[in-house]
Design a protein around this ligand. Structure first.
Ligand SMILES: [Zn+2]
Length: 289
């Protein structure tokens, strides 16, 4: 039985020892969920994997953890025998990039924002960073449609991109948006709470009521749900701003129950997706820490 160390959405090697969790991947099953057209997402352990198949080849978004690569490939092969040509990393975190080396060895070309490669190198991650990087946007013209990859304001990290399937009307958001918890703002890798609100507004601007939205974690969503989540973040931002004007410290803000009515639905118990860490990110943006 193989045991690996999972560092879910962590940022620095400094913080890793306290939060690293020994993880057993043996029981993880990869499930493919059809979304629209030839776009699906795969659920396993870690971030949702985008899957787009067609005669030109297989296009992937993120790749979870290295021990899962074989099962991920098996799940793809149930759908398509075409070569796995391209893979885009939505951001740097290990639960989205852990399979990079394996896919690279299979001949898949891996893309990511410039900051994904930079931050992975700074963090000293063992995973292979993207082979090809870009600074703003990138378009793939495959399988009968255009796939537009574009940098969004610094949000979850400073390397977040959205991937928009123009024909199938699907957007993969990476971890800027999740349907599971509060946002996690990785301040050590350039994340921003205010930037998250800006990025969600951008997501709403490029989507319509039919758009299927694949979050980094969670289930298929839509603009109504994104707008409600964005509104919650705006409310929290305004409450923290008022508390700072009242002279409250971060510790006082974290103890003031500012997210109380949202906590049952959205607060994770730990740092990732938790209320206190999110409030620290809001405070960092607004108080200039
Ligand atoms: Zn992440």
């Amino acid at each position: 039985m193989l045991k690996f160390v999972q560092i879910a959405c962590l940022s620095t090697a400094l913080l890793a020892p306290a939060l690293a969790v020994a993880q057993d991947f043996d029981d993880v099953v990869i499930t493919v969920h059809p979304v629209a057209g030839n776009v699906s997402y795969m659920e396993g352990q870690g971030g949702n994997i985008g899957l787009f198949v067609g005669e030109d080849g297989v296009f992937l978004i993120d790749d979870q953890y290295a021990p899962l690569t074989g099962r991920i490939v098996d799940a793809i092969r149930d759908i398509s025998d075409a070569p796995i040509r391209f893979l885009v990393n939505t951001h740097m975190h290990p639960d989205h990039t852990g399979g990079n080396e394996n896919f690279g060895e299979m001949g898949t070309t891996i893309f990511g924002h410039d900051n994904v490669r930079t931050q992975m190198e700074i963090a000293g991650y063992a995973q292979e960073p993207p082979l090809i990087t870009f600074n703003d946007e990138l378009s793939f013209h495959i399988n009968g449609e255009t796939v537009h990859v574009f940098k969004v304001p610094d949000a979850h990290t400073n390397g977040d991109v959205f991937i928009r399937f123009m024909g199938s009307n699907v957007v993969h958001t990476g971890d800027v948006y999740r349907t599971t918890t509060f946002p996690f703002i990785d301040l050590n890798n350039g994340g921003s709470f205010i930037g998250t609100i800006d990025a969600l507004n951008l997501l709403l601007a490029v989507s319509d009521e039919q758009t299927k939205i694949i979050p980094g974690h969670g289930v298929i969503s839509n603009i109504a749900e994104v707008a409600a989540w964005r509104d919650m973040l705006v409310t929290i931002r305004d409450r923290v701003a008022a508390a700072i004007r009242d002279g409250m410290s971060l510790e006082e803000i974290q103890g003031a129950g500012l997210t109380a009515e949202y906590d049952e639905r959205w607060a994770a118990s730990g740092r990732i997706g938790g209320s206190a860490s999110m409030l620290a990110a809001v405070y960092a943006d607004l108080a200039g820490d």
